[in-house]
Design a protein. Structure first.
Length: 201
């Protein structure tokens, strides 16, 4: 038995569904399970997986609506984008990280399901991001669209565990001992050291 796939897929945009921003992308069925860059690896070809939410940048995505009518999904930790491996057309194609090349395999459609969840559909093959059995460590693939929990996603605004600002970083042993730049150096390669807190910047 043979399966035939159209090699000239043309998936229409559904327009701008969510605002540009940094998001954690979780399974709607279990918000503690989120999209994650495997081991936080910087290498091209690193798969996207399901993992427990831990607030790291490997689970933070810059979601941006582009002029071509599709979304780009960029991994905050590496600056690389979510990509369909080799632009594969068949169900089971792995979703991975890749250096941005602006090809259709790096474009995504976000479809509102009307129940607070969304589907993430590849513009390259029209298939949906799917978490399989939703087990931790499960690699994300694209599959035929169906009404299953493994294809329903929530976009949660990413909130870092520490707000932006100026902080004094002290040792756990002695709060008066802090990280200090030797001599207040402004040159690249200046040494960091442990030093007594002296209220300088």
């Amino acid at each position: 038995m043979f399966c035939f796939y159209n090699t000239e897929v043309n998936i229409p945009s559904q327009g701008k569904v969510i605002e540009d921003g940094y998001y954690t992308i979780s399974l709607t069925a279990d918000n503690n399970k989120v999209l994650d860059l495997h081991n936080g690896d910087v290498a091209d070809g690193t798969p996207i997986q399901i993992y427990s939410s831990n607030g790291t940048l490997a689970q933070c995505f810059w979601v941006e609506y582009l002029e071509d009518g599709y979304y780009s999904i960029k991994i905050a930790k590496t600056g690389k984008v979510v990509d369909l491996t080799r632009g594969g057309l068949v169900p089971g194609t792995v979703v991975q990280q890749e250096t941005e090349d602006n090809k259709i395999k790096q474009r995504w459609i976000i479809s509102d399901n009307g129940d607070g969840s969304y589907r993430i559909i590849s513009a390259a093959n029209g298939l949906c991001m799917d978490a399989g059995d939703m087990a931790l460590g499960r690699t994300i693939t694209t599959q035929h669209i169906s009404d299953v929990s493994s294809q329903k996603w929530s976009f949660v605004e990413y909130k870092p565990s520490i707000a932006e600002g100026c902080y004094r970083i002290s040792t756990a042993i002695n709060s008066n001992k802090v990280i200090d730049i030797a001599g207040g150096s402004l040159v690249a390669g200046g040494n960091a050291q442990i030093y007594s807190y002296n209220k300088t910047l």
